[in-house]
Write a protein that binds this ligand. Structure first.
Ligand code: PBG
Length: 331
């Protein structure tokens, strides 16, 4: 029970009067340690291509990654997440390019590991959507995304990324049972120390549009992802997803998107005590960014949005604002 006073002896405004006092009683803290920076990759050389639907975000060719990774390391961002824009010519219905050891993600992992060693962590998605002509995260057979056959490819994709030096494997495909199979394979191949960050709670969301544009899967996507990503009307189901992934060997879990799902972050944190990462997805980014660019909202709204995740119990946030946000904006 909370014991509290009563007006007029109690005046909650007293502690809000000065900035020093507000700082003294603040309950949450946001620092650069909380931020994970997604980076989009493109083929070619010396490329830095703006993404139309995500103002201020670019795709980098591997030889240009230094620009953005230097910046991330200087800021002390703990981890980057790599996402490829795959040339349409390399896509097929099986997502074969995901298993090419010279694909963009593999090249980028090698480049970053070679240049920066363990100064920054690398996380990679495991899913087929950047590589398939139909834009789905799994194999499409007779108009269905087949679960177990997809896992066989995902296991190979995860193993390849881990062998290249990826530190954190992040399955974002939402197939049932994939964490277990990936963990088993990594352990068998002496990669016990590679972490698994499961996109355990991933909703079939309308906020992913700009990302699909960024990785070139938007036009390609046939139908929707509702047979594997979660129904946004559900809450309890997210707890079941997390509990199975923990049992299967997930080290950390993601809730995605972010701001519409703060209730779920809080609940998972309270019930499972596992590191929870919020993903402030592309649609959330672009809404806020466009609002700032059009002078509708202030830049401080970014900080406010990031604090909402901390308050809900998130340990860290994957956010496209990670490399640009000025954390001193808040006094
Ligand atoms: C791919 C994937 C998606 C995102 C991250 N990994 C899109 C999707 O599931 O369609 C979305 C990220 C964002 O919108 O920022 N499986």
């Amino acid at each position: 029970m909370i014991i509290t006073g009563k007006y007029p002896n109690l005046r909650l405004r007293r502690s809000r009067k000065f900035a020093w006092s507000r700082r003294l009683v603040q309950e949450n803290n946001l620092s650069v340690n909380d931020l994970i920076l997604p980076i989009f990759l493109t083929e070619g050389k010396n490329k830095k291509i703006p993404i139309r639907s995500m103002p201020g975000v670019f795709r980098y060719s591997v030889n240009n990654l230094g620009f953005i990774v230097d910046k991330a390391i200087k800021r002390k961002i703990p981890m980057i997440a790599l996402f490829p824009y795959t040339n349409q010519k390399l896509k097929d219905s099986f997502g074969s390019e995901s298993l090419n050891e010279n694909n963009l993600v593999c090249q980028a992992i090698k480049y970053v590991k070679n240049k920066y060693k363990n100064k920054i962590g690398i996380m990679c998605d495991v899913a087929l959507d950047p590589y398939t002509t139909h834009g789905h995260d799994g194999l499409l057979k007779k108009n269905e995304i087949v679960n177990d056959e997809t896992i066989e490819i995902l296991v190979k994709q995860a193993l390849l990324q881990a062998k290249m030096g990826c530190d954190v494997i992040a399955p974002s495909d939402m197939m049932d049972g994939r964490i277990k199979k990936i963990r088993q394979k990594l352990d068998k191949e002496n990669l016990q120390d590679v972490q698994i960050l499961s996109y355990a709670v991933k909703f079939a969301s309308n906020f992913y549009g700009p990302f699909r544009d960024a990785v070139g899967s938007k036009g390609a996507l046939k139908g929707d992802k509702k047979t594997y990503q979660m129904d946004f009307r559900n809450f309890h189901e997210s707890l079941r997803e997390v509990s199975t992934d923990i049992k299967e060997g997930a080290d950390m879990i993601i809730v995605k998107p972010g701001m519409p799902y703060l209730d779920i972050i809080r609940s998972i944190k309270d019930k499972f005590k596992i590191p929870v990462i919020a993903y402030q997805v592309s649609g959330e980014y672009s809404l806020i960014k466009n609002g700032i660019n059009k002078n509708i909202i202030d830049e401080k709204s970014i900080i406010e949005s990031l604090y909402s995740f901390k308050r809900a119990g998130a340990n860290a946030i994957i956010t496209y604002f990670a490399d640009s946000i000025n954390l001193d904006l808040l006094d």
